[in-house]
Design a binder for this molecule. Structure first.
Ligand code: GYE
Length: 328
């Protein structure tokens, strides 16, 4: 009797499993109802609250990826390169479909990039070019930071300032943005006989650190007539320090102020004559990466190294219309 009952139960269980499986003959069409799998994009970002540029950059990814229907897994290194490496390794283990990296440091990414490519996960550089051979990454959507710096150097040369004494406020040491922009002004000073009287990198591109560094410099009695700040926030910090010391700057001031990023609020300062020059570094990488991923998904050949087109804004030529048209 027991055997009969257990046989009936086994039969009932098998029938139940077949019904749930839905793959038995006669359930045609179940495959057709299968939802296309959602693309998961891992993003290794630098710092959450690094700068206004970074805020706009992170927002651009999140908005564009949401609109594209991607699942976004975004992590932040918060100033720690080793942490970014382990975060990237974790995303590879989670088998994301694409890995987008914005490196705090430009060096030290070979092993991660190799692991990503070997796992069949396209490795994409955004914002900051990393030191990688071309076979270790799928594509790059970055800015040419040395070119940005050279634009500023050419503009400064055109100003024909006598006896240039330059304060350089650098960004995060070892980031490609800092390396490129610093190389440009250092080479430019050498070529034009300019004197760099101060040259320090501010950890995290920090505005407060920049303000303090310039305040200390003023207190030391060091003379300068140009501030070359490698982002808008640090330029504003320098201006706050000069305000506190009664030093004039900008279009009609004693000190020429050069900034990078061209956030909308900073372009208002260019228009007001507080910043003399702002070199654009466009953070809106979200749509660019979506376009890239869509092309890869379609099996298309993509451009390996795409540099973002960027301009610069001068206090003598900028207009309110230009400022109003800015989207970040
Ligand atoms: O200039 C700065 C940001 O990587 C180009 O990082 C970016 C730089 C940008 O914090 O504001």
């Amino acid at each position: 009797m027991k055997k009969l009952i257990s046989s009936i139960l086994v039969l009932m269980l098998m029938l139940a499993l077949v019904a749930c499986g839905g793959n038995s003959a006669g359930s045609e069409g179940s495959e057709a109802s299968a939802e296309p799998s959602v693309i998961t994009v891992g993003v290794v970002q630098t710092n959450a609250n690094e700068s206004d540029w970074r805020t706009a950059n992170t927002k651009s990814f999140n908005e564009a990826f949401t609109e594209a229907g991607y699942e976004t897994k975004m992590v932040f290194g918060e100033g720690d390169h080793a942490k970014q490496i382990s975060q990237a390794q974790q995303l590879i283990q989670e088998e994301v479909d694409y890995l987008v990296v914005l490196g705090l440091q430009s060096a030290g990414w070979e092993d991660v990039a190799k692991a990503s490519m070997e796992a069949g996960i396209p490795f994409i550089m955004a914002d900051r070019k990393l030191e990688l051979p071309e076979d270790l990454y799928t594509a790059m959507v970055c800015s040419d930071f040395e070119a940005e710096g050279n634009k500023a150097v050419d503009w400064l040369k055109s100003q024909a300032i006598d006896d240039c004494k330059i304060v350089v406020l650098g960004g995060d040491t070892g980031s490609s943005a800092q390396l490129g922009r610093s190389k440009a002004i250092e080479d430019g000073a050498g070529a034009n006989g300019w004197d760099i009287v101060f040259n320090q990198n501010m950890k995290g591109w920090d505005e407060t650190l920049a303000k303090q560094a310039v305040a200390d410099l003023i207190a030391s009695g060091k003379e300068f007539n140009v501030v070359y700040a490698e982002n808008d926030n640090m330029a504003r910090g320098a201006c706050d320090a000069m305000d506190a010391a009664g030093i004039t700057y900008g279009k009609d001031g004693a000190v020429t102020v050069i900034a990078f990023d061209a956030n909308k609020w900073a372009l208002e300062k260019v228009l007001a004559g507080e910043f003399n020059l702002d070199v654009e570094c466009n953070p809106l990488h979200g749509p660019r990466i979506v376009k890239l991923i869509n092309s890869l998904e379609a099996g298309e050949t993509v451009e390996k190294n795409a540099y973002v087109d960027e301009e610069m804004f001068d206090c003598d030529t900028i207009t309110q219309e230009i400022v109003d048209a800015r989207t970040y």
